[in-house]
Design a protein around this ligand. Structure first.
Ligand code: NOJ
Length: 762
């Protein structure tokens, strides 16, 4: 009743299809009018209520809410003092809670339900870092689309994804949650994910609001330790960290989340420069910013505020619109306004932004439209979604090495040994941030292999070494320590008797993710020793890696003939890996992140700066290098092999000069010179040789993933204009600078052919 009454008061007409982009540009006047009329009848307390978000207990994604608090929370919902809940899951529960907001509160404003739908809801896709290795924007968009379809059927309106933090330090556990180290690739992936979650029509019942997070620089925490301090230049912020956020904003993402870290002494949550000046000012973002979990309250621990009242004042002034789980705004803002310490216009602005998104989602049209048990039953984990998960998973696999061409395997191979702690793992492939995947539900590699091989193949399995994974490990940060070598002997015996050994090793799902930083990024436990033992028994090893971060595997890279990077690939992991191992699918993934040789090289990334004393791989003493290790990574950004080979020839530029308003055309012939049809990711890099601020030695500026048939040559073309060459320069302007550029095209960041051109300002 209340809801209908409210509709009358506010004079609200039902919303109909209007694209996200139109809304972002503020052309949807009808929404603005509705927001205004609603705001005009809201009390200060009700407006502040919209800015308040609590967690339910269906999932725990932060320091757990205190027991016994729920009753108070329900009372606050009924009195209009809660605008959003996170971690309240499924159609039935969200409907029940929505009813309280809609029927019991004075104005009946619906809640917006949020949840971390990071790489699937029930059907699990590869962890985001792994999926990024596909360099396949359609596949990435489809995975986000399916995640949204499932989540929306289970009552969710909003996901806290994509995480678009650029990260260069594999000690940081959350590296698994992003798109890797590169700004350009990260920006493209950010857009694909936003499009996938939000679709074309945010008010449809199978699209959800996305959230670009964590704003900003969370991926740059010192020493890779989660929640740690960040101190970096405006130059790096603008040129490296912000572009994926800007791309998400331009693509119409309707929410942002700020980050736990401080930047140069100012916690992001209280950072006006980021939130008001850049995001809402320069970029014209008209959605809302949610704090991270408790991050308003955490400004006290940072030493940036004395208490939650002061923290609220700083955060709201800085542009944090919604308080996730700090319980700060709801208890402080009214008093702050009444005392004249903050202007009520700030509250109006935050409430307006939140209501705008609720209108865009169509929640005022029908607050229960996402709560549909029948759709939930039909859609969660259905066969079509699982097939898509397998497809994206196989595209995400990176063939790191295939020295003796051990792969692809024949399906009728006689004796296959399948060994290792990850060989029959049904849980680890689901990865961290697995939302509502059922534990132990992934197809294991052993299962995938058995589903694929011929009847005549003998598959010999033993685990050999166990990681002792505790079933409750998602709630602990335990370190794997198992010194039990008792399975080694049997594993060696099996390995010795087989034609080929598939050796599956890696990291547990919960070793990466939030709060899972590590000082050692080698293979955990005794796996390295185990691999060496198996190698003594049989050298024909295909090592399959399952991991959420780059690992240091220098010995393995030198000695093991074939290495397959299989990340944590989700529900269909085992089938997808088998597709690649047996040649059903020719691997096409490329690393979105560099793999270091040793931890001492971290942070390591391909687009580093030259320095005044660059080292060119020699032993010159007074150069920027290590005395005990080369500078180059073990496997570079963009690296990934295929069962076929590609030859790059005829790099051609339409001109050696690029006029200020002209377009440079770059083309290259890529020939498939091997025995199989295969997809290749052709990568275009540039180097701006002289800048008013120094520029990286290489920067990705384009890529194309394409199928090239055996024997075929394809001409691939790229275009560059001055806008592609722009950067945040010494005058704090985003512009290109005239001068010489190198251009590189190739199969990875370190295997390229090159030419030069000059940008001319005429
Ligand atoms: C904290 C994490 O940093 C953030 O990414 C997540 O969305 C929230 N918790 C909610 O679970």
């Amino acid at each position: 009743m209340k809801f209908k009454l409210f509709l009358l008061i506010a004079g609200i007409a039902i919303l109909s299809n209007c694209s996200v982009q139109e809304k972002k540009e503020g052309t949807d006047n009808s929404i603005e009018q509705k927001v205004d009329s609603l705001l005009s009848i809201m009390t200060l307390e009700e407006k502040i209520g919209q800015m308040n978000q609590y967690s339910g207990t269906w999932d725990v994604t932060g320091p757990a809410p205190e027991e016994g608090d729920n009753k108070r929370r329900y009372e606050l919902i009924a009195s209009g003092q809660v605008g959003s809940m996170l971690n309240v899951l499924y159609a039935e529960s969200t409907r029940e809670m929505q009813k309280i907001a809609v029927e019991k509160s004075r104005l009946g404003i619906p809640l917006i339900f949020g949840h971390d739908v990071i790489h699937g809801f029930r059907t699990m896709f590869p962890v985001p870092l792994g999926e990024s290795a596909s360099w396949d924007m359609e596949a990435i968009e489809r995975s986000a689309r399916i995640a949204a379809i499932e989540a929306a059927a289970a009552g969710q309106h909003w996901t806290f994804a994509p995480m678009v933090d650029i990260a260069r330090d594999a000690r940081w556990g959350r590296i698994m949650e992003g798109a890797g180290e590169d700004t350009y690739l990260g920006s493209k992936i950010a857009v694909a994910r936003v499009k996938g979650f939000q679709g074309d029509d945010l008010s449809a019942n199978n699209t959800i609001a996305a959230c670009a997070k964590h704003f900003a620089a969370y991926g740059f925490v010192e020493a890779g330790r989660d929640y740690n301090t960040v101190d970096l230049s405006e130059n790096t912020l603008r040129n490296v960290i912000l572009p994926p956020f800007k791309a998400a904003s331009d693509a119409g993402v309707v929410t942002f989340m700020n980050s736990f870290n401080e930047i140069g002494g100012i916690p992001s949550t209280g950072n006006k420069h980021l939130q008001r000046d850049i995001l809402k000012g320069e970029w014209g973002f008209n959605g809302f910013v949610v704090s991270d979990w408790g991050s308003i309250g955490e400004m006290i621990a940072h030493g940036a505020a004395a208490d939650k009242i002061e923290a609220s004042k700083i955060a709201v002034k800085a542009g944090s619109d919604m308080d996730m789980e700090s319980d700060a705004y709801v208890n402080s803002l009214k008093e702050l306004v009444e005392k004249g310490e903050i202007d009520e216009a700030l509250i109006d602005d935050a409430a307006r932004r939140i209501l705008r998104v609720k209108f865009m989602l169509g929640l005022f049209d029908d607050p229960y439209k996402y709560c549909d048990e029948a759709r939930e039953k039909e859609l969660l984990g259905n066969a079509e979604h699982m097939a898509a998960a397998r497809d994206v998973a196989k595209k995400s696999i990176v063939l790191l090495k295939n020295e003796k061409q051990l792969l692809p395997l024949k399906k009728d191979i006689k004796k296959l040994a399948v060994i290792g702690p990850m060989a029959d793992e049904k849980d680890t492939p689901l990865g961290n941030w697995r939302s509502q995947a059922q534990a132990y539900s992934a197809v294991s590699l052993l299962e995938g292999i058995k589903n694929t091989v011929s009847e005549n193949t003998q598959v010999l399995y033993t685990e050999g070494y166990n990681l002792n994974l505790n079933k409750e490990r998602s709630f602990t940060s335990e370190v794997i320590k198992n010194n039990d070598r008792s399975g080694f002997a049997k594993a060696k015996q099996i390995a010795a008797s087989a034609d080929i050994v598939i050796l599956a090793v890696g990291e547990d799902a919960f070793q990466s993710g939030e709060a899972r930083s590590q000082t050692d990024i080698g293979l955990p436990g005794l796996q390295h020793e185990f691999i060496k033992e198996i190698y003594k028994a049989n050298k024909n090893i295909v090592m399959v890696l399952m991991n959420g971060r780059p690992l240091t595997i220098a010995w393995e890279a030198e000695n093991i003939p074939t290495i397959v990077e299989a990340w944590q690939l989700g529900s269909e992991a085992g089938n997808a890996i088998a597709d690649v191992l047996f040649g059903e699918y020719n691997p096409s993934g490329k690393l979105p992140i560099s793999f270091p040789r040793t931890l001492g090289q971290v942070p390591i990334y391909y687009n580093y700066k030259s320095t005044g004393r660059p080292n060119f791989g020699d032993n010159s003493l007074f150069t920027s290098r290590y005395t005990d290790e080369v500078n180059t990574p073990l496997f570079p950004f963009g690296h990934g092999l295929s069962y076929t080979t590609f030859e790059y020839k005829n790099l051609q530029l339409s001109s050696q000069k690029l006029g200020w308003n002209e377009t440079l055309k770059i083309s290259v012939d890529v020939k498939n010179t091997g025995k199989y049809d295969g997809e290749e990711v052709i990568q275009l890099y540039i180097r701006d040789l002289v800048g008013s601020v120094t520029r990286p030695v290489k920067e990705l500026k384009g890529f194309e993933k394409t199928l090239i048939k055996k024997g075929e040559t394809k001409t691939i073309s790229f275009e560059l204009t001055k806008d592609d060459l722009a950067f945040f320069n010494i005058d704090e302007e985003f512009t290109a600078e005239p001068g010489k550029f190198q251009v590189f095209v190739g199969t990875s960041s370190s295997d390229v052919i090159t030419d030069e051109f000059e940008l001319i300002k005429n």
